[in-house]
Design a protein around this ligand. Structure first.
Ligand SMILES: Nc1ncnc2c1ncn2[C@@H]1O[C@H](COP(=O)(O)OP(=O)(O)OP(=O)(O)O)[C@@H](O)[C@H]1O
Length: 278
């Protein structure tokens, strides 16, 4: 269990985290929020790569503000940062092995076995000897995930893991992450409401450094209950509408004339919530 209490982080005049309270348990939790909401800042505080200005994190009973406990916690977490560095001339094996060395897996035989294990876990056994620059975007992202899995962490922190992936690669990645969430705490940030609907048991929406929603994807969708409409003509007043593939207009908010109600999805709930919070 991870308990975050009144976490604050300020950059100059900008409050990236503004007294954030949050508890994370086992399974996959998705963080949604507009650009600048504080998602990366929160994930970096959890990954212990950034010290907050105030508040506290209690991760499995460990306090990252304490030097010794921070080291213990680092051994129990895996982190996939936003835009992970590429090292294009390393092979997939060498890259993960390098991170394993940094993670203090000193016994060579044990380390190599662990590198092979995590490469197998993300389906990259056959690419172990391939240079990183020759891997597809999806494979690179799985490689970045592999390094986060070294040492079987109890906490997996993934910052926008599906960014830049095509739909097929995204599906492979989702299946992988949801399997990983069966036995550990996974927290991931994303701009993809489809990711949240597909794989997160829980979703937290952040805005201006705070959590403005915490619930299941179904509960987030329900925020837009009774407020999603389909019509043949565009609404005269609403600003939240778009033309769908079948040529009809989907409107959030007040119903346009002769509109049919339709069931909301996670994206509708998210947009409605942010519209209300504005
Ligand atoms: N090193 C930094 N120096 C100054 N300001 C920063 C720094 N890092 C983040 N910020 C600011 O803090 C706020 C929160 O940023 P953060 O990256 O945590 O948001 P985010 O929700 O992850 O956004 P995105 O979805 O765009 O990745 C933003 O206004 C950002 O500009």
């Amino acid at each position: 269990m991870i308990r975050i209490k009144q976490l604050t982080k300020t950059y100059g005049a900008k409050r990236a985290l503004d007294g954030l309270d949050l508890t994370l348990g086992a399974g996959v939790t998705g963080l949604l929020g507009p650009n600048g909401a504080g998602k990366t800042t929160l994930l970096r505080c959890l990954a212990t790569t950034l010290a907050p200005d105030g508040g506290a994190v209690d991760a499995f009973g460990l306090d990252p503000a304490d030097r010794e406990q921070r080291t213990t916690l680092r051994r129990r977490l895996g982190y996939l940062p936003q835009n992970p560095g590429a090292y294009p001339h390393f092979t997939a094996f060498d890259l993960v092995d390098y991170v394993a060395i940094l993670k203090e897996l000193t016994d060579r035989e044990h380390r190599h076995a662990e590198v092979r294990r995590v490469l197998a876990e993300v389906g990259l056994t056959d690419q172990a000897a391939t240079k990183v620059r020759r891997l597809s975007g999806g494979m690179r992202q799985r490689l970045a995930l592999a390094q986060a899995l070294l040492g079987e962490p109890d906490l997996l922190i993934l910052d926008e893991p599906t960014v830049g992936l095509d739909p097929e690669q995204r599906m492979v990645f989702r299946a992988l992450v949801s399997r990983l969430g069966e036995s550990r705490t996974v927290v991931l940030s994303t701009h993809q409401t489809e990711d949240v609907a597909a794989l997160c048991e829980r979703v937290v929406v952040m805005r201006d450094g705070r959590a403005v929603f915490d619930g299941t994807p179904g509960e987030l969708a329900a925020v837009a209950d009774g407020r999603v409409w389909l019509s043949d003509t565009p609404p005269a007043t609403s600003e939240l509408f778009w033309r769908t593939a079948d040529g009809r207009y989907r409107t959030l908010g007040a119903p346009p004339p002769s509109a049919d109600p339709t069931a909301p999805g996670v994206e509708d709930g998210y947009l409605m919530l942010l519209g209300e919070a504005a």
